[in-house]
Design a protein. Structure first.
Lengths: 228, 228
DNA sequence: AGAATAGTGTCTCTCAGACAGTATCTT
DNA sequence: AAGATACTGTCTGAGAGACACTATTCT
């Protein structure tokens, strides 16, 4: 019997999980959805779940998105697979990390529906280190290597902003160019020039004007756009 | 006992493997290292191996690189994790795919040392589909989902060419700008303008002139550069 | 001398950043 | 009318592509 086949049956196998970095923008600040971990003291964790033997990775992500974050159908992309032998003290767990984006309202609904969820603001230090700040102002202690996963998700998102329409996933159906620019600025942590931002977005054809305008504002209403 | 803990012990666990897309440039064409699979008929596969329970993913990659491809220390980066339940007919195997780059000479040495290895040229069809062509001119039949893994590796490499010095990994210690340009052109499948290419490479500081010149050429010798 | 390639100078076009200006809405 | 914001026109500088030119080596 060739050794390759025997490896399938003989060797002890690790558990495989997925973890989800669910990001949104609220109050001009990037936020992440965290779950309370009662078994780990006052630490917080990214929503996650084990990959069952008959499920694909994508199906597992969708299940976690539905059951733990109550956000089926959000934008998701695979991020990186973390497999250090000691990353989870409970045993050997390899985690296929994903990041997901959703409008703030949808995440707020999810947080209201479950007392174990919270939205933590991401504060970027001058040296680039990221701190997740809980609503009470305290810094969240993250379980396992979830801090590293979070940092990598933010980095990936920043890189994708330049050449994709990924920022649109953070906004509701109809939005103004100012909202989109504020979302970009929140992710990049730096201000952007308005005229250049407008031209770039419109020239690329990622969005389409609707002819409708925002209401309720104190000043001149801006036009509403949608994905196009 | 909370359900999270029980998942670690109760559930049936998948096998986890790594697969390696080992790329190089030879004769102005991108090539990939393939292994013969006697148990799968006349099909070819990417070098790979199972992640042992106490090994990290990186250690597994290094082991495969050393034992199967005989190329320790090559440039490697994680690519994507493939986890469709039916991707391997022998059982449930989740594969963390990586891609690696090495100079052609080093890969040719590895191929000479092992009769189960070959270098297949990657021919890109007008529609973008990639065919691995064996030295005898026949198209290689790839095992499992290795065709999809290969395609994704090429796509990632193309994207990285623009903003990183990743092309240098494909060349020997000393190289000319023409060699570097030919490597880029082989990966992109399109010709590049010489002056623009020179300026970009030199301005970015990725490489450093050595003052030495190539020898044995039929015409004017070009200066040799190295990483810097 | 001629051929082939190495390497450079210059023009243009595109695009991002910056600034200032005009337009339109609310109070 | 005043004030605030939406939206636009224009200048400038950086960088890529195209082209032509000079430089150097071998036959």
């Amino acid at each position: 019997m060739p050794p390759k086949i025997s490896s399938l049956t003989d060797h002890e196998r690790p558990s495989v999980a997925i973890d989800l970095v669910l990001l949104t923008v609220r109050d001009r600040t990037l936020h992440v959805l965290l779950m309370r971990r009662p078994d780990q003291g006052e630490t917080w964790a990214l929503p996650g779940g084990f990959v069952r033997i008959a499920d694909s990775i994508e199906a597992t992500v969708e299940r976690v998105l539905r059951d733990k974050a109550r956000l089926p159908g959000a934008f998701v992309e695979q991020l990186y697979t973390f497999g250090a032998p000691d990353r989870d003290p409970r045993g050997r767990v390899i985690s296929v990390a994903h990041y997901a984006l959703a409008p703030a309202e949808r995440l707020e609904d999810a947080v209201c529906a479950s007392p174990d969820l919270t939205l933590a603001a991401l504060v970027v230090a001058p040296d680039g280190a990221i701190t997740a700040t809980l609503p009470d102002g305290a810094a969240a202690t993250l379980a396992f290597d979830h801090g590293a996963i979070l940092a990598q998700a933010v980095q990936r998102l920043r890189g994708k902003l330049d050449y994709t329409a990924v920022g649109l996933e953070l906004l509701p159906e109809l939005f103004t160019l100012r909202q989109l620019q504020e979302a970009h600025e929140a992710i990049l942590g730096a201000p952007l020039a308005k005229p250049a931002f407008r031209r770039k977005m419109l020239d690329r054809g990622f969005l389409r004007p609707t002819g409708q305008f925002e209401t309720g504002g104190a000043y001149r209403p801006a036009e509403l756009y949608t994905r196009g």
